[in-house]
Design a protein around this ligand. Structure first.
Ligand SMILES: CC(C)(COP(=O)(O)OP(=O)(O)OC[C@H]1O[C@@H](n2cnc3c(N)ncnc32)[C@H](O)[C@@H]1OP(=O)(O)O)[C@@H](O)C(=O)NCCC(=O)NCCS
Length: 149
């Protein structure tokens, strides 16, 4: 039976897996791939990926500093959605953050992004504030946070 695996690949492994991810770029134009890879060289940034039979199913991109973490981006391509992939990646990443001493996690999400909002709320994130017209197109951002007990 196929099994979804979640891991934190090294920078080198991620580079070799990245062609899979780069193929999704039309679908996830939100965050330039080069920027993700560049950020990974800074301390406190990591990517958690989900794979199945060595194929990448999704990724999430994080940073943390001084006990606080932030989800920068999470993406699962259309065909893989609704299988619990994002939930598993985020749960894994939150455990990792806890293990490195993070006790508070933040994220921002577009007001209209219902799927992501539901996902974050299902994982215990609470709405903290609204950033009016935060995005270039004028849409508001919702800021969520969650303590890691
Ligand atoms: C948001 C996203 C990451 C969800 O990925 P996913 O793997 O399909 O999510 P999961 O299957 O793990 O869903 C977990 C929970 O999230 C919620 N959820 C996910 N997709 C949903 C949808 N379309 N509508 C409503 N709730 C949804 C549900 O509560 C779900 O739990 P359930 O299956 O028990 O009902 C995916 O839709 C995506 O990549 N979107 C584009 C990128 C994006 O917007 N990223 C977030 C902003 S950074």
């Amino acid at each position: 039976m196929k099994k979804i695996k979640i891991c934190l690949p090294s920078y080198k492994d991620l580079i070799s897996l990245w062609p899979d991810v780069a193929n999704w770029s039309q679908d996830w134009a939100f965050w330039p791939i080069e920027e993700v890879l560049k950020s990974l060289q800074s301390e406190g940034c990591f990517v958690a990926i989900a794979t199945e039979n060595d194929q990448v199913l999704g990724f999430s991109f994080w940073k943390y500093v001084a006990g606080e973490g932030e989800l920068l981006f999470v993406f699962v391509p259309q065909a893989g959605r609704g299988r619990g992939i994002a939930r598993q990646m985020l749960e894994f990443s939150l455990s990792h953050l806890k293990s490195v001493g993070v006790d508070l996690v933040f994220l921002e999400v577009r007001f209209s992004n219902l799927a992501a909002i539901r996902l974050y709320e299902a994982l215990g994130f609470n709405l903290l504030s609204t950033r009016k017209q935060y995005y270039k197109d004028g849409e508001d951002a919702l800021v969520y946070s969650r303590e890691l007990a």
